[in-house]
Design a protein around this ligand. Structure first.
Ligand SMILES: Nc1ncnc2c1ncn2[C@@H]1O[C@H](COP(=O)(O)OP(=O)(O)O)[C@@H](O)[C@H]1O
Ligand SMILES: [Mg+2]
Length: 320
């Protein structure tokens, strides 16, 4: 299928997937910012919707974003199986992953290869405020915004619930507070850096730079398991290699594009968010799709629209 133009993408805006209400046999629905979650027979059903969030708030919907995230994650999960076990059982629909239910570790594992960002937990924000040991990791003086770090670092945060903001953590705090047992945390660190190195190598082949990313881990039968999503434009920052030149702001292939637009409207997470114009939404959709295509080397093939009925139908076929 030929690539969708921006005008075509605009026509899909009214069909963007806001939420999916499955019949009662699927149990109670839980909603994250982006995913609708159901549990059935010890399995976690993750429906990735088209909701988009930034500054820890849902800010609207972007057509095809859910499909891109679900299929891109599925691709990375498959590619990284040898590095760490993951939660995927099957992908019954472009927007759905049926996963093993994990006991999530209460820590978000953020890995950074560069010093950048606009939010108040971003490394650049903290560094520019004069902090030289953010997250307990010593950083040299004289780093410029967007500079690569001598070696990728892990900057964990708490996993906030109910609209709260994530708080910074150090390795020492994680262990002292007993958030994660030491042997598991050591494994997390090793796996996270290996995943990041692999992600950077794949991104490089696609003409992109994997700048930073967030992993979530859980335990399944006591075994460390990668859950949630991996190396998507929601969980990661990607820059185009071409645009990465000294002293310039690189082109963003990720949610930073959205954050920058909202920040330019004066929005930083408080109060009523501004409404995104259709041309901007189409642009964001095109970027999500392009990220999928560049990273996987595959053509994006849009699922039948609207997605909600299709999802229910595909889940029914997988209901045992
Ligand atoms: N295999 C799994 N088992 C249990 N919980 C999971 C699993 N995979 C993902 N999750 C959780 O499901 C939620 C995904 O929904 P999402 O909308 O991304 O939430 P959030 O708003 O917290 O980012 C997250 O809370 C994540 O930790
Ligand atoms: Mg999430």
């Amino acid at each position: 299928m030929a690539k969708m133009t921006l005008n075509e993408l605009e026509t899909f805006i009214p069909m963007a997937l806001q939420t999916v209400d499955l019949p009662a046999v699927w149990g109670a629905k839980r909603t994250g910012k982006v995913r609708d979650l159901y549990q059935k027979s010890g399995k976690q059903i993750l429906i990735t919707t088209d909701r988009v969030s930034a500054f820890d708030r849902v800010l609207g919907t972007i057509p095809f974003k859910g499909q891109v995230l679900n299929q891109l994650s599925a691709w990375w999960f498959e590619q990284t199986q040898a590095i760490v076990a993951n939660h995927v059982i099957t992908i019954p629909d472009p927007n759905v992953t049926i996963a093993r239910e994990a006991e999530p570790l209460p820590v978000e594992v953020i890995v950074r290869g560069y010093i950048t960002g606009v939010t108040q937990t971003s490394l650049w924000y903290l560094y520019a405020q004069g902090e030289r040991q953010p997250y307990g990791i010593p950083l040299p003086d004289g780093l410029q915004k967007n500079a690569s770090l001598p070696t990728p670092i892990i900057t964990p945060t708490t996993k906030a619930t109910g609209g709260a903001h994530d708080e910074r953590l150090t390795r020492e705090e994680i262990l002292a507070q007993g958030l994660v047992p030491e042997t598991i945390w050591a494994q997390v660190e090793e796996v996270a850096l290996a995943l990041f190195a692999y992600g950077q190598a794949v991104a490089k082949q696609a003409g992109l730079i994997l700048v930073d990313t967030k992993y979530e881990f859980g335990l399944v039968d006591g075994q460390l398991t990668l859950i949630d999503e991996i190396h998507t434009p929601d969980s990661s920052r990607f820059w185009t290699q071409d645009s990465y030149k000294k002293g310039q702001e690189p082109e963003n292939f990720d949610k930073e594009y959205l954050r920058i637009w909202f920040a330019a409207q004066g929005y930083r997470g408080e109060g009523q968010p501004p409404v995104m114009p259709p041309s901007f939404i189409a642009n964001v959709a095109a970027r999500y799709i392009a990220a999928y295509e560049r990273l996987t080397g595959k053509d994006f093939s849009p699922g039948e629209q609207p997605a909600a009925a299709r999802i229910e139908e595909n889940l029914k076929k997988n209901s045992d």
